[in-house]
Design a binder for this molecule. Structure first.
Ligand SMILES: NC(=O)c1ccc[n+]([C@@H]2O[C@H](COP(=O)([O-])OP(=O)(O)OC[C@H]3O[C@@H](n4cnc5c(N)ncnc54)[C@H](OP(=O)(O)O)[C@@H]3O)[C@@H](O)[C@H]2O)c1
Length: 289
């Protein structure tokens, strides 16, 4: 849809978030880029959003914003829906006025995790918690927009802090930190997912757009699935950590939010991304706490 990246105007929203930061660097130099985050444009302000999009007239809008605090969403349902659903509706309306394509991100949390074989792009949504409900509701506006790309991904980590998370630390950095602070690190071993490096996801998004892929739903994830505990084991190996590590069940973890046990995204429409252990090795070689 945007074959000539070099001549296009691209607006990235949430450009200083964990994923937004990598999208901004991936697209830099390829197009005329406009990078905005909440300080410059609160996308839940419908008038400000429309005014900005009308003024900039981008050919492509990449929405990397999101209310991403899963536990917080249970207590702040309205805030989660305002950003993950209402703002998406207004974004699509404004994009449609200037005929801009929209890339929007969603999550494996739109599924209940009961499908043994995982979820391909055509699977019906079945969220278990408020975060998943708000993301599923937002998805519907992208699905019905003819220039809309809905990209689901999962278990993201990257160099930039995940700003929406209370401590801003991704899972990999959390494991390294806990191992330096505790005598035993306990990690859930009965939830499966596909750990995905934001740098790989950003590269795939650029490939999707420059490769002329049609609008629609895409599942862009590093392969293949693992449990949180298996990922922690890999972090330990790569960082030579010796602090004892123990597998626990999600019931023992005592989180108050219902989470899908096997929310495994299956990518059938795009070349598969590299395996997660290779991406993790790159990440840990590049960046350590
Ligand atoms: N993290 C994951 O594991 C994961 C997995 C699958 C899908 N996703 C999706 O990927 C997207 C990016 O996630 P992320 O982990 O990169 O999140 P993030 O680090 O929390 O980044 C989100 C960015 O959006 C900004 N933002 C928040 N409210 C805004 C508003 N009203 N107007 C404009 N900007 C606003 C945030 O700024 P402030 O910090 O100032 O609020 C932050 O810079 C989200 O749609 C998320 O649902 C994430």
């Amino acid at each position: 849809m945007i074959e000539q990246l070099a001549n296009s105007r691209i607006l990235i929203l949430g450009a200083r978030g964990m994923l937004g930061t990598d999208l901004a660097s991936e697209f830099s130099g390829t197009a005329e880029l406009f990078l905005l985050d909440k300080e410059e444009l609160d996308i839940t302000n419908e008038v400000a959003l429309k005014t900005q999009i009308t003024a900039l007239r981008p050919g492509l809008i990449i929405n990397a914003t999101g209310y991403t605090d899963v536990a917080g969403a249970e207590r702040n349902r309205e805030l989660a829906f305002n950003l993950n659903c209402e703002a998406v509706k207004h974004l699509v309306a404004a994009a449609s006025e200037v005929e801009a394509a929209v890339i929007h991100f969603s999550t494996e949390y739109v599924f209940n995790g009961q499908a043994e074989d995982g979820y391909d792009e055509a699977a019906a949504v079945s969220p278990l918690n408020v975060y998943g409900e708000s993301k599923a509701a937002g998805e519907s506006f992208i699905k019905s927009y003819q220039r809309g790309y809905l990209i689901r991904s999962s278990w993201l980590y990257g160099q930039a802090p995940q700003r929406g998370k209370p401590r801003g630390l991704n899972f990999v950095d959390t494991i390294i930190k806990l191992a330096s602070e505790q005598s035993l690190v306990k990690v859930v071993n009965d939830e499966w997912g596909k750990l995905t490096y934001t740098r790989d996801l950003a590269k795939a998004v650029k490939q999707l757009i420059s490769g002329g892929y049609a609008p629609g739903i895409y599942h862009l994830v590093n392969e293949t699935e693992a449990t949180w505990y298996e990922i922690a084991q890999a972090v330990y190996r790569l960082k030579n950590i010796t602090t004892p590590l123990a597998p626990i069940s999600s019931a023992e973890y005592a989180g108050e939010v219902k989470r899908p046990a096997r929310a495994v995204l299956i990518n059938t429409k795009f070349p598969r991304l590299r395996p997660w252990p290779r991406a993790l090795t790159d990440y840990l070689n590049i960046f350590t706490l």
